[in-house]
Design a protein around this ligand. Sequence first.
Ligand code: ATP
Length: 306
Amino acid sequence: MLQMFMPLGTLGIIYRMLKYTLADMDLVLKLLQREEEIQDAPDARPLQVTRGRVEFEHVGFAYNEDRPILKDITFSIEPGRKVAVVGPSGAGKSTLARLLFRFYDVSSGRIVIDDQDIRQVTQQSLRAAIGIVPQDTVLFNESIFYNIQYARPDASREEVEQAARHAHIHDFIVNLPQGYDTIVGERGLKLSGGEKQRVAIARVILKNPVILVFDEATSSLDSQSEQAILAALREVAEQHTTLVVAHRLSTIVDADEILVMEAGQILERGTHATLLARDGLYSHMWALQQKEQHELLQSGPPPRDV
Ligand code: ATP
């Protein structure tokens, strides 16, 4: 979702996108529309990030009034901790991430960062404090260097390469025909889903926000790509308050708390071990994924992710 990258300045993005194809206009229009929906409060102040504590307090939300999506969601993420959200498709997992970024306002309850309601702070400061690795990373038709540096345009070449190393994408890049100068994106070299997510992780590392949101891709990745992403995520999550929207439970067994959502509500919560012991939805999902993985291993290597 390109919308996830608004922290860097909607106008800047729109300017760059105008240089590209008409197909991008759809995204530009969506960005403009979103700008109109969410406005800074007249007395909005910059978010003062002290520790990076995130709280959802009795949050309710509906995209359309007649269809509630989230109901009474309460949880907190302590500074430097990792909370994972899992559950069936459509449960409302990504919606949580969108609300934290204030793409929409909650219908009831509130979202608080370091004791400040996010509706009372400027959107610019809020989005500067949060880094998002979205499901689908949009790459510009520019060099891969540009695509990473874009997260912090004043970053040096050394800093960009260091971020790429931590994101486990550096070795891949230096083996490309033109290394960091290789043009990627729709009209350049097409990267796989896993490679694009690692570019997004490199961006986040460069931006170094206090809060990290990782929206795991639904598409299956080859196991090498998945392992690289996992290693990169682990590294970056250690220093951040992290919210992970996960589809593969193997990604989040080490989370401090796992929220199991169904139909917009938290059905179960706990660590991997406590949830397995409960024999509820989580343990059934786990058993199913283990079985699928076993079958996959027996049927040979999966195709390279795209
Ligand atoms: P998945 O695992 O498939 O990514 P999810 O749990 O992340 O699913 P959400 O993307 O949060 O689910 O969506 C929750 C519900 O909200 C779904 O029923 C979806 O159809 C609906 N929804 C999502 N985005 C919008 C939107 N922009 N307008 C209206 N309804 C939406």
